[in-house]
Ligand binder design. Structure first.
Ligand code: B12
Length: 216
């Protein structure tokens, strides 16, 4: 029997972290002719609920990681449909990277999926990224935000290197620099030249929206 895929079901699949079922569910919804933006909306609602449960300590890091994976699966199917249907105003662009010398990307990837589901245009440069590559990407894309992840005490200084490289290129006033990762805090982030710091990915999205004047 063919089950009609409703939006609530999609939200539920995200909240219940159904990483193995979500891709088929999204595919089915698209085949039924559902608007990809409404599908995204339903998925984002699920991520919002995951974020709420995480903040309420009903969900922990494991669930957050799995939610990121689930969203990624959903997004892989949805992305082409979104690109084809996208008539909306230009999206805000964000460059995301783990700093040079650092090969941790799980937290960065969670932030990436949350940002994508919030409708940002994302340039994820990966891990171990050279400051100069970030500068070049800012030039190429005119991104408004650079978001950096650093998990190692040894590599947090790279934030300053990126800040200086952007300054050198005359771009520092054009972008907001936000950072995250366990060895950082707001005070250290500011000392290294960043504009902002967020404790986790859920908060990161809120901070980025605030930096862009999209939220109070
Ligand atoms: C998994 C892991 C690895 C994996 C990474 C796999 C991968 N693809 O990412 C591997 C095995 C490769 C690894 C290697 C190493 N690791 Co390691 N690793 C970890 C571990 C266990 C988990 C990190 C993680 O993914 N957490 C889960 C994610 C979801 O959390 P998160 O990254 O903190 O991200 C959240 C927030 O920080 C925030 N966030 C993160 N980035 C950003 C960015 C922005 C802009 C914003 C707003 C928010 C934000 O949002 C995220 C989600 O809410 C940690 C210990 C720990 N408990 O943190 C050690 C840890 C980070 N590793 C450590 C070390 C020492 C190493 C090695 C040097 C070990 C070695 N001797 O080889 C190497 C370094 C390799 C390198 N050059 O980077 C140390 C770092 C100590 C320090 N302060 O410097 C830690 C803390 C372990 C420890 N207690 O000693 N590691």
């Amino acid at each position: 029997m063919h089950i009609i895929m409703d939006f609530e079901k999609l939200t539920e699949l995200i909240v219940e972290l159904e990483v193995d079922d979500i891709a088929d569910a999204v595919k089915e919804a698209l085949e039924e002719g559902k608007d990809p933006f409404e599908i995204l909306n339903a998925l984002t609602k699920g991520m919002d609920e995951v974020g709420r449960r995480y903040e309420a300590k009903e969900y922990y890091l494991t669930e957050l990681v799995l939610a990121g994976e689930t969203m990624k699966e959903a997004f892989n199917v949805l992305k082409p449909a979104l690109a084809a249907a996208d008539k909306s105003e230009e999206k805000k662009k964000i460059i995301l990277a783990t700093v040079k010398g650092d090969n941790h990307d799980i937290g960065k990837n969670i932030l990436a999926s949350l940002l994508l589901s919030s409708g940002f245009e994302l340039y994820d440069l990966g891990m171990d990224v050279d400051a100069q590559d970030i500068v070049e990407k800012v030039k190429e894309t005119n991104a408004e935000v650079v978001a950096l992840s650093s998990l190692l005490t040894m590599t947090v200084e790279q934030i300053k290197v990126v800040h200086e490289a952007l300054k050198e290129a005359g771009l520092r006033d054009k972008v907001k620099l936000i950072v995250g990762g366990a060895p950082l805090n707001m005070e250290l982030a500011k000392k290294l030249g960043a504009d902002d710091f967020a404790e986790d990915a859920v908060d990161g999205v809120k901070h980025i929206k605030r930096l862009l004047g999209m939220e109070n």
